[in-house]
Ligand binder design. Structure first.
Ligand SMILES: [Zn+2]
Length: 640
C-alpha cells in the first residue's frame, strides 16, 4: 500500500466557488477516489485562504468584519463540495489556530536562521493579485492578470532571501524532471529562473493592513498572504494526529496554471530554507475559456457550477470537465459541448450499453454455471478490459484523466459492438443456442461489473448504480476489475435512464439513420413496437424531398465511432453530410455508390461537422443496409 496526500489550492474567499474551483477540486477528487480504489492510503486536503488586503476590502464593502465574511464564504465552499460529492478528508482555513501556529513557527525558524531581513522596497503592485510585478512582467503598464493599472508602493518590509536559492532550484528542476508536470510548466518555471530571482517581501505593515497573521518577531507587521497560504499544505498535516502522521513526504499539489510561480518558485525555496522536505510533485492544469476569455480565480466570467450540476447531474458535469480538458492544456467550456458529451458518451455509449445488457440479462434469467465455453469474441472482451485497465493505470500516473476516460470509452465501444455481433436477442429465439446465449450474457455482466469498478472515480453515481444492478454491495476495488473469470449469469435489475438524453434546441436532426440518435436504448426486438402505427396524409410525405445522390468521398469523423463524413453530389450540387454508418461500412467502400438522401433537411452539426441531409438506411437487429437503386439513374433523380 502506498501513501498519497493530495492538495487543491486553498481558495481565496474573495469570490464564491466557480467553474475554475470546481474543476480543480473535481480533478483532485477523481484522483483521490482512484487511489483509494487502488488500495492506497489517501489524504485529500482542500480549504480556504482567508487573509489579505482584498478580503479586508471586500468585507468592509459588505459591512462585515473580515472574520465574519470569511466564515460565510468558507461555509459556501464547504457546502459546495459536499453537494458535489467531493470526498476531501480535511478542510483547512488559514484563520484556524492550527495553521496560524505553524506559520509563526516557520517564520520564527527562518528569522532565527538569518533567512529573513528587514529592508525597503519600491515596486509596482497589483492590489488584485496582492503582489509586486517586475518590469519584465508588466504588460503596457498593467497587471498581466487583471489588465488594471498598477500602483507604485515604497515601504519597509521583511524579506525572505529567496534569491539565494535560485541556483539550487534550477538544479533541482533539472535533476528532477517529474517535479513539476506536465513538462511545459517545468519549462515555464525554468524560464522565470533565467531572470535574476528577487527576494520575497513576506510582510505588510500593520498600519496599512490588520487582517493577517502577525509576525512572531515584530507585531507591527502581518504575514504576506501568499507566504501564509502556501504553508497550509504543511500545517494541515503537522498537528501530530495519528491520521496525518507520515503524510507530508508523500504530498502532491494540484493547481491551475495561474498560480504556478508561487507553487513552483516561492514554495520550494521556502521549504528548502525551513529545512522541510520538498513536495513530491506539482501537477498543473490549464484554464477553461468561456466566450474567449480565460477563467481564473481572480478574473470574473464565472459559470455557476452548481446550477449546471443541478441541471445535468454531478456525474455528467464531472465527466465533461475530466474528459474535455487535456491535462495541462486549456479547454473551452460551453453548456452545448457539455450536452453533446452527455448525449453522445453518457446517454448513448454507456447508458445504452447498461440498458441493453441488463435488459437482455434480466430477460434470460440467472444461470450457473454457464454451459458453453468462452469463444474468441468473449476472450477479446477480456483482453480489451485488461488493456483498458492498464491504460487507465498509466494515464492516472500523470493526471491524464482524458486518456483514462478515452481508454474506458474505447472498451465501452468494443462491448457495444460485441452486443451487435453476438446478437443475444437472436440466440434467445433458439433453445438449442441457450448455452451460447448464457456465455454472451455472462460476458456482458462481467463487462458491466468491470465498468462498475473502473468508472467509480469518474462517475461515482453511475458506477454505484451499475454495481447495485449487479447485486454487488462490496466496496469497489481496482484489483477486482478483471473480465473473464465470471462463470455465472447473475441476477440483475434492469438499468434504464442512467443518463437521460437531453433534447437540444437544434436537435441532432436528420442525418442519422438511427444509431447515434435513439440508438438501441431498447433491445432491438422491442424497438420497433408502435412504429408506423400512425397514418399520415400524403401531403406530409410530400414535404420530404428524397433524391438519388452519388458518394464522391467518405472519411471517418474524428473521435466518433459511428459517424462518417460523406461528400455527395445531388444533381449539380456537391454537399457534405454526416451519416451514422461507420460501424457498418468502410469509407472506401462507399465511394462511387448511389444512395438515397433526404435533400431538404435543415443543416445540423455533428461532432463539429455540418451535415446537409440524411442518408436512408434500413436496420434490423444490429444490421444496417443503405438504400440503393436496382437500376442506374443519375444523381439528383427524385425518389417518390
Ligand atoms: Zn493583478
Amino acid at each position: 500500500m502506498s501513501t498519497f496526500y493530495l492538495t487543491t489550492p486553498i481558495y481565496y474567499v474573495n469570490a464564491r466557488p466557480h467553474l475554475g474551483h470546481a474543476c480543480t477540486t473535481i480533478m483532485a477528487d477523481a484522483m483521490c477516489r482512484y487511489r483509494r480504489l487502488a488500495g492506497d492510503r489517501v489524504y485529500f486536503l482542500t480549504g480556504t485562504d482567508e487573509h489579505g488586503e482584498r478580503i479586508a476590502q471586500v468585507a468592509a464593502a459588505a459591512g462585515k468584519s473580515p472574520q465574519a465574511y470569511a466564515d460565510e464564504i468558507a461555509g459556501v465552499f464547504r457546502d459546495t463540495w459536499r453537494r458535489l460529492g467531493i470526498t476531501n478528508d480535511d478542510f483547512i482555513r488559514t484563520t484556524e489556530p492550527r495553521h496560524r501556529k505553524v506559520v509563526q513557527e516557520i517564520l520564527q525558524r527562518l528569522h532565527d536562521a538569518g533567512e529573513i531581513y528587514f529592508g525597503e522596497y519600491g515596486g509596482w503592485y497589483c492590489y488584485g493579485c496582492e503582489r509586486f510585478y517586475t518590469e519584465k512582467e508588466i504588460v503596457d503598464g498593467k497587471c498581466p492578470d487583471h489588465q488594471t493599472a498598477l500602483t507604485f508602493i515604497k515601504e519597509k518590509n521583511y524579506f525572505f532571501k529567496m534569491s539565494r536559492y535560485q541556483a539550487w532550484l534550477i538544479k533541482h528542476l533539472e535533476d528532477n524532471p517529474g517535479f513539476i508536470q506536465p513538462d511545459r510548466y517545468r519549462n515555464e518555471v525554468l524560464g522565470f529562473l533565467r531572470e535574476p530571482l528577487q527576494d520575497l517581501s513576506i510582510s505588510r505593515p500593520r498600519s496599512r493592513l490588520q487582517w493577517g497573521i502577525p509576525l512572531p518577531f515584530d507585531d507591527q507587521y502581518v504575514t504576506y498572504v501568499w507566504f501564509d497560504a502556501l504553508i497550509n499544505y504543511y500545517s494541515a498535516v503537522s498537528d501530530g494526529r495519528e491520521r496525518t502522521r507520515g503524510l507530508w513526504e508523500h504530498v502532491e499539489h494540484l493547481i491551475a496554471k495561474d498560480i504556478l510561480k508561487p507553487h513552483g518558485v516561492y514554495w520550494p525555496t521556502m521549504l528548502k530554507a525551513a529545512g522541510i522536505p520538498l513536495y513530491r510533485r506539482l501537477n498543473v492544469h490549464g484554464y477553461w475559456s468561456l466566450g474567449g476569455s480565460k477563467m481564473s480565480k481572480s478574473v470574473g466570467n464565472v459559470v455557476e457550477a452548481l446550477q449546471l450540476t443541478d441541471k445535468y447531474g454531478h456525474d455528467a458535469f464531472r465527466y465533461f470537465l475530466l474528459r474535455e480538458m487535456n491535462f495541462g492544456l486549456d479547454a473551452s467550456f460551453s453548456e452545448e459541448a457539455l450536452v453533446d458529451r452527455l448525449n453522445a458518451d453518457l446517454a448513448n455509449d454507456l447508458g445504452n450499453l447498461a440498458s441493453r445488457a441488463t435488459t437482455l440479462i434480466a430477460a434470460a434469467g440467472p444461470a450457473a454455471p454457464v454451459g458453453a465455453p468462452a469463444e474468441a469474441a468473449d476472450r477479446d472482451i477480456a483482453v480489451a478490459a485488461a488493456d483498458a485497465r492498464a491504460a487507465v493505470e498509466q494515464a492516472m500516473r500523470d493526471f491524464a484523466f482524458q486518456k483514462a476516460l478515452g481508454a474506458l470509452w474505447s472498451f465501452i465501444g468494443t462491448v457495444n459492438r460485441y452486443v451487435d455481433t453476438s446478437a443475444p436477442w437472436a440466440l434467445a429465439k433458439d433453445p438449442a443456442r441457450r448455452p451460447r446465449l448464457e456465455r454472451v450474457l455472462c460476458t456482458l455482466a462481467d463487462s458491466l461489473g468491470f465498468l462498475g469498478i473502473m468508472l467509480d472515480p469518474f462517475l461515482p453515481d453511475a458506477a454505484r448504480k451499475i454495481r447495485e444492478a449487479l447485486g454487488r454491495s462490496e466496496p469497489p476495488a481496482l484489483e477486482a476489475a478483471v473480465v473473464g473469470q465470471l462463470s455465472t449469469v447473475p441476477r440483475v435489475s434492469k438499468i434504464s435512464g442512467l443518463f437521460p438524453r437531453i433534447d437540444t434546441k437544434t436537435p441532432r436532426s436528420g442525418p442519422l439513420p438511427k444509431g447515434e440518435r435513439e440508438s438501441s436504448t431498447l433491445s432491438p426486438g422491442v424497438r420497433g413496437q408502435g412504429e408506423g402505427s400512425r397514418k399520415i396524409p400524403i401531403t406530409d410525405f410530400q414535404k420530404v424531398e428524397l433524391r438519388v445522390a452519388e458518394v464522391l468521398a467518405a472519411e471517418r469523423v474524428a473521435k466518433s465511432r459511428k459517424l462518417l463524413k460523406l461528400t455527395i453530389r445531388v444533381g449539380e450540387e456537391t454537399r457534405t453530410l454526416v451519416a451514422g454508418v461507420a460501424e457498418h461500412y468502410e469509407p472506401e467502400n462507399l465511394v462511387g455508390r448511389k444512395v438515397v438522401v433526404v435533400a431538404n433537411l435543415e443543416p445540423a452539426t455533428l461532432m463539429g461537422v455540418e451535415s446537409n441531409g440524411m442518408v436512408l438506411a434500413a436496420e434490423h437487429e444490429g444490421t444496417l443496409s443503405l438504400l440503393t437503386l436496382d437500376k442506374d439513374l443519375p444523381s439528383g433523380a427524385k425518389v417518390k
